[in-house]
Design a protein around this ligand. Structure first.
Ligand SMILES: [Zn+2]
Length: 491
C-alpha cells in the first residue's frame, strides 16, 4: 500500500513537472489554433480606440468581452471604476473600468499578476493600410489588424495559455490587470494600483507585463528601461517681438543666447558636456558585455529601416549599450521661434528651448537637475548677456532595472528554451516604461516584461500585424512560463 502510494505520488509529481505535461499542453494549443485565431478576429473587430471619446462605448464593450472570456476560463472578475476623463470641451465622461481578475487562490502556490490592455491606437484604411484595419486578415503567415500585436494578440495568447494549462490544473495562482486606456496614458491606473496594494494585489509575488516586442525574431525578455528628465530653457529678451530692420545689431537676442546654450549641451559624437553627468552611471561589467555579444541584432537592418547613413557607434554592442545603459541628450525644439514657411524678419522676444536626458541606473533625477541648472547658469553668465534665463525640469522619470536572477526571470528563460530551443535575448528599452517602474515602486515586487510581439509588427503604425508563429508559439511560451514558475523557489 505504502509502495503503491509512493508510486502514485511520483506519478502525480511527474504529471505536474515533467515535459510530458508540456507536450500535452502544446498539443492542446496546436489543436485549438483555429479557435484562437477566430477569437483574435472577434477582438480586433471591436474598434476600441481609446483616443477617441466618441468610441468609448466600444472600449467598454471590449472590456466586457474580455471579462466574459475570463469568466469562461473559470476566473472571478471585478470591474474596477477609476473615475472620469475631462474632455477638451470641459465635458466629463466615465473612464472604462479596469479588469481585476483572478484564477486560483491556493495559498501554497505563488501568485503571478499579468498586466495587459485591450484598447488600441486609431487606425484608418486611408492612412495607408493595405487591408481593413479592424478586420483580421491572414496573409503570408501574418495576422494583420489593429491590436493584433499591441496588445489584444498578446493578452489573448496569455489567456489561451491559461486555458491550456488549466486542462491539467494551474500550478500557480494567476491574476490579471487589464485596462482600456493604455494608449492614451493609462488614466486612473496608478491610483488604482495604489488603492489595491493591500487588497487585490497584496499576495502578488511577481508582475509580468505582456505588452512588449522582441528585439529580433528571437524571443526576448525585457528587464530594464531608461527614464527621462525633460528640461525647458527659457530666455527672455525684449518685452515684445522686435524687427531685425529696426533692432538687428542693437540688442542681445534671446534666440542667439538660447542656441548658444543648446549647443553647449552635447558634442558631435553624442557625448554630454554637463560635468558630473556620467558619475552615477553603473560601471560596465564583463558579464554584461557577454550579454550584449549574445544578442541577435543587425546594425545594417536598422540602417536600412531608418535611412540613417552612419550611426554614432560602429558595433551592435556599442549601439545597444548607448541605447539602453548610457544616458543620452536630445534637443527637441524651440517654442516661440519662427518656424513657418517663407521669410519673417522677427527677433523673438522670448524663446523656450526643450531638451531631455535619458536616465540610466543609478542616475538620480534630482542630482541631474542640479548639474544641468548649474552648468547652464555658468555658461550663460560667461556670455554676459543682459537677457533673463531660467532652466526648469518638467519631467523627472527614473530608470527601471530588474534583477534578472529573480525566480520569474529564471522561469521565463527556461520557458523560452523549452519552446524555442534557444536562449532568450535579455533586452532593455531605450524609452521609458512608466508602468514597470510604478508597479515596482508601489508593490516592491519583481517586474518583468514578457511579450510576444515581433520586432517589425508596427504596433502603432499602418498594417500592424503579429505573425502566426509568434501568436501560437507565444501562447506556448506563456503556458511553459506558468509551469516553470511553479517549479521555482518562492521569492
Ligand atoms: Zn501596448
Amino acid at each position: 500500500m505504502i509502495f503503491l502510494l509512493s508510486v502514485l505520488s511520483l506519478l502525480v509529481c511527474q504529471a505536474v513537472l515533467s515535459p510530458i505535461s508540456n507536450d500535452a499542453i502544446f498539443q492542446y494549443v496546436d489543436d485549438h489554433k483555429d479557435e484562437f485565431v477566430q477569437r483574435l478576429k472577434d477582438w480586433v473587430a471591436v474598434e476600441s480606440d481609446s483616443s477617441d471619446p466618441t468610441k468609448r462605448d466600444l472600449v467598454n464593450n471590449m472590456m466586457q468581452i474580455t471579462k466574459d472570456f475570463i469568466l469562461k476560463l473559470g476566473g472571478s472578475v471585478e470591474m474596477a471604476e477609476v473615475g472620469e476623463q475631462e474632455l477638451q470641451s470641459g465635458k466629463k465622461i466615465p473612464l472604462p473600468p479596469v479588469i481585476l481578475a483572478e484564477i486560483g487562490n491556493d495559498t501554497n502556490k505563488p501568485t503571478v499578476c499579468f498586466y495587459g490592455h485591450v484598447d488600441v491606437q486609431p487606425a484608418n484604411k486611408a492612412d495607408g493600410w493595405l487591408t481593413e484595419p479592424y478586420t483580421l486578415v491572414e496573409k503570408d503567415g501574418n495576422l494583420y489588424g489593429r491590436g493584433s500585436s499591441d496588445d489584444k494578440g498578446q493578452v489573448l495568447a496569455l489567456l489561451h495559455a491559461v486555458e491550456a494549462v488549466n486542462t491539467i490544473g494551474l500550478p500557480v495562482n494567476v491574476k490579471f490587470i487589464i485596462e482600456g486606456m493604455e494608449e492614451v496614458g493609462s488614466n486612473g491606473l496608478d491610483k488604482l494600483v495604489e488603492e489595491k496594494k493591500d487588497t487585490f494585489l497584496s499576495n502578488v509575488d511577481y508582475i509580468v507585463v505582456t505588452d512588449t516586442p522582441w528585439l529580433s525574431k528571437k524571443p526576448g525578455i525585457t528587464y530594464g528601461a531608461r527614464g527621462n528628465c525633460y528640461f525647458f530653457i527659457e530666455v527672455q529678451g525684449a518685452r515684445r517681438d522686435l524687427h531685425s530692420g529696426g533692432f538687428g545689431g542693437t540688442v542681445y537676442e534671446a534666440m542667439s543666447d538660447l542656441i548658444y546654450l543648446l549647443d553647449t549641451l552635447v558634442d558631435a559624437k553624442g557625448h554630454i558636456r554637463i560635468p558630473g553627468i556620467y558619475d552615477g552611471v553603473v560601471p560596465l561589467t564583463e558579464k554584461e558585455i557577454k550579454l550584449y555579444k549574445d544578442l541577435e541584432f543587425k546594425l545594417d537592418e536598422l540602417q536600412a529601416d531608418t535611412g540613417v547613413t552612419r550611426f554614432l557607434h560602429d558595433t551592435k554592442e556599442e549601439l545597444l549599450m548607448y541605447r539602453w545603459r548610457y544616458p543620452s541628450l536630445s534637443i527637441h525644439g524651440i517654442e516661440g521661434a519662427f518656424s513657418g514657411s517663407g521669410t519673417k524678419t522677427v527677433i523673438p522676444a522670448k524663446v523656450i528651448g526643450k531638451f531631455s536626458i535619458r536616465q540610466v541606473p543609478n542616475m538620480n533625477p534630482s542630482v541631474v537637475e542640479k548639474q544641468v541648472v548649474d552648468y547652464l547658469e555658468s555658461k550663460f553668465s560667461e556670455r554676459k548677456s543682459p537677457n533673463k534665463m531660467k532652466v526648469s525640469m518638467i519631467i523627472g522619470a527614473k530608470p527601471w532595472l530588474a534583477d534578472m536572477n529573480e525566480p520569474q526571470y529564471v522561469a521565463a528563460r527556461k520557458a523560452v528554451k523549452r519552446v524555442f530551443n534557444t536562449d532568450a535575448d535579455m533586452i532593455r528599452a531605450g524609452g521609458t516604461i512608466p508602468i514597470a517602474k510604478n508597479f515596482e515602486e508601489v508593490l516592491k515586487k519583481s517586474v518583468m516584461l514578457l511579450g510576444i510581439g515581433g520586432p517589425d509588427d508596427a504596433p502603432h503604425g499602418q498594417n500592424e500585424k503579429i505573425s502566426m508563429y509568434n501568436y501560437i508559439e507565444g501562447t506556448k511560451l506563456y503556458a511553459s512560463f506558468l509551469q516553470e514558475l511553479a517549479s521555482q523557489k518562492a521569492p
